[in-house]
Design a protein around this ligand. Structure first.
Ligand SMILES: O=P(O)(O)OC[C@H]1O[C@H](O)[C@H](O)[C@@H](O)[C@@H]1O
Length: 556
């Protein structure tokens, strides 16, 4: 296993770590409400803009000194060297001996990106051209179904990174969808998912994309087999399969064996991690719905963020600032979760994508050298669409006992002008971060009750319930409009934030060994259910539950 080509460190042994601890003790005394009151320029000082994204990070538990110290932390942990290593194609995914070169997929410059001494840009461009030809042939109905009808529906079969990324982007860019094609996603191995999606579709006009980097993921392969069986059961013939099934994979042979023609297999590369793959051919469903030009704009937006990340000094660098603030809360305030709150119906799938991106990347307990970490790593990512959350979990954000940093995300202009909905949505978004920051004091609560004409006794009883502590941190990320470019930049921003945190924590953000054990055990359990193996060796809980399943389904 190769050493990482940048500084190897334990963050809690860095000289800056103790300084940050002392600083945190001081900072615990401040209240953000007072910081805003005494410094009218606070919002201006903690504000950045890059690649169409406006970041207001003034409602964080920080002072100028915090930013200086965090930037020192980044330097001591070797962040600048790590960024260079990633862009240079070094094997920063050291447990799998691979680079993490998703930035090459959206490269708009003439820079070469090398893997093992070979420039991958010609392959990347060739794959994009293959996508372009395919999208054109479907849109122009040159490529038709087996009864010569044009395609009306595309079903994308994939899971994890081969699902969440395309799903969030295609939903975020719904206003750009070309007329005539409906897109469906099937990820879950639960047969209900595919049954529900296929219910109203016709095999004559349905095209399937099987998206699996490995072409070995149980859920996707099972769904692909069921889709093929549905196709054959409903009129399609074996020799028609190639007209209705295409694949995206790094395992060409397996896709070929499934019945897909070589020219309909789109390449993937092992230097692109699943959760970083929406920019590759895995983005085919995005390109099919929004068109290739818009897909290229998505890549261009991400590239702009890449360039910002690669070149901006740490204190000016949006992903670096976000990553360092995350470290600040995880390691110095013991925050164990982080909320993603998009105020945009089209972006409602964003929390699920960021959840995989962040939790699969940084949910680690050993350093890249395999030594146990003595510091917290990736937080629990959760969230949902605003304003809906305000009428559900925001109560806990405002008055609960947990410390929960949050990101508020919103486009300044809407695609759907209807009444004054958008101004009201923005008011909701801003009022939430304001309430989290300023809270409500006991005196304010009492004054409010008094103004309502409550008796003194009622005021004493009720006021404590109305107190809101405030001083709870959040970021606000705005952009002019949800366009392919801004969505590209937004997602790339989160990717780099996750990388920054992985570097500080000295972990490998690009492997995911933790998901393997469940897969292996699942295979054993399935063999027991089908009778291929005995229950020997199973713990009594699992054995009982298997028996119950077999009994209810008459499989004994
Ligand atoms: O694209 P595939 O090879 O089918 O992989 C799909 C997904 O499954 C794996 O278990 C990993 O947890 C994910 O990172 C990956 O994106």
């Amino acid at each position: 296993m190769s050493e990482l080509p940048y500084t190897s460190h334990y963050p809690n042994s860095l000289p800056i770590w103790d300084k940050l601890k002392d600083h945190q003790t001081k900072l615990k005394q401040i209240h953000l409400r007072d910081e805003f009151a005494k410094d009218p320029d606070r919002a201006k000082r903690f504000f950045k803009q890059a690649a169409g994204i406006y970041l207001d990070y003034s409602k964080n538990l920080i002072t100028d000194e915090t930013i200086e110290l965090l930037s020192e932390l980044a330097n001591e942990a070797g962040l600048p060297e790590a960024i260079t290593a990633m862009f240079n194609g070094e094997k920063i995914n050291n447990s799998e001996e691979r680079p993490a070169l998703h930035v090459a997929l959206r490269n708009q410059s003439s820079t070469a990106f090398e893997v093992d001494g070979e420039n991958v840009m010609p392959e990347v461009k060739a794959a994009l051209n293959q996508m372009e030809r395919f999208v054109w042939s479907i849109h122009s109905a040159q490529w038709r179904g087996y009864t010569n009808k044009r395609f009306t529906d595309v079903v994308h079969l994939g899971i994890g990174g081969s699902y969440l990324g395309p799903k969030v982007v295609s939903a975020a860019l719904k206003p750009y969808w070309k007329a005539g094609i409906n897109l469906h996603y099937v990820a879950n191995i639960d047969g209900t998912h595919i049954t529900e999606e296929l219910k109203h579709l016709s095999p004559e006009t349905t095209l399937f994309i099987i998206a699996s980097k490995s072409f070995g993921t149980q859920e996707t392969i099972m769904n692909a087999k069921s889709a093929k069986a549905w196709f054959l059961r409903n009129g399609g013939e074996e020799e028609d399969v190639h007209k209705h099934f295409v694949a995206i994979t790094a395992n060409t042979q397996k896709a070929y064996n499934f019945g897909i023609r070589e020219e309909n297999i789109f390449p993937m590369w092992d230097w692109v991690g699943g959760r970083y793959s929406l920019w590759s051919t895995i983005g085919l469903p995005i390109a099919l719905t929004i068109g290739i030009e818009n897909f290229k704009n998505l890549l261009a937006g991400a590239h702009e963020m890449d360039e910002h990340f690669r070149t901006a000094p740490i204190t000016e660098n949006i992903p670096a600032i976000l990553g360092l603030l995350g470290v600040w809360y995880s390691n110095f305030f013991n925050a164990d979760s982080h909320a993603i709150l998009p105020y945009d119906h089209y972006l409602r799938a964003l929390p699920a994508h960021i959840q995989q991106l962040d939790m699969e990347s940084n949910g680690k307990t050993v350093t890249h050298k395999g030594e146990p970490v003595e510091w917290s790593t990736g937080p629990i990512i959760w969230g949902g669409a605003g304003a809906n959350g305000q009428h559900a979990y925001h109560q806990l954000l405002h008055q609960g006992t947990h410390f929960l940093p949050a990101d508020f995300i919103m486009p300044l202009r809407t695609h759907n002008h209807i009444g004054d909905h958008h101004a009201l949505l923005l008011s909701n978004c801003l009022s939430q971060s304001q309430a989290l920051m300023q809270g409500k004091t006991l005196d304010e609560a009492k004054a409010e009750l008094k103004a309502q004409g409550r008796t003194d006794e009622q005021i004493e009883e009720l006021a404590p319930h109305k107190v809101i502590p405030g001083n709870r941190p959040s970021n606000t990320m705005l952009f002019e409009k949800a366009t392919p470019k801004t969505i590209g930049a937004l997602i790339a921003m989160y990717e780099h934030k996750v990388f920054v945190q992985g570097v500080i924590w000295s972990i490998n953000s690009f492997d995911q060994w933790g998901v393997e054990l469940g897969k292996e055990l699942g295979e054993h359990i399935y063999e027991i259910i089908t009778g291929a193996k005995e229950t020997n060796g199973q713990d009594s809980s699992t054995k009982n539950l298997i028996d119950l399943f077999k009994q209810i389904n008459n499989r004994i």
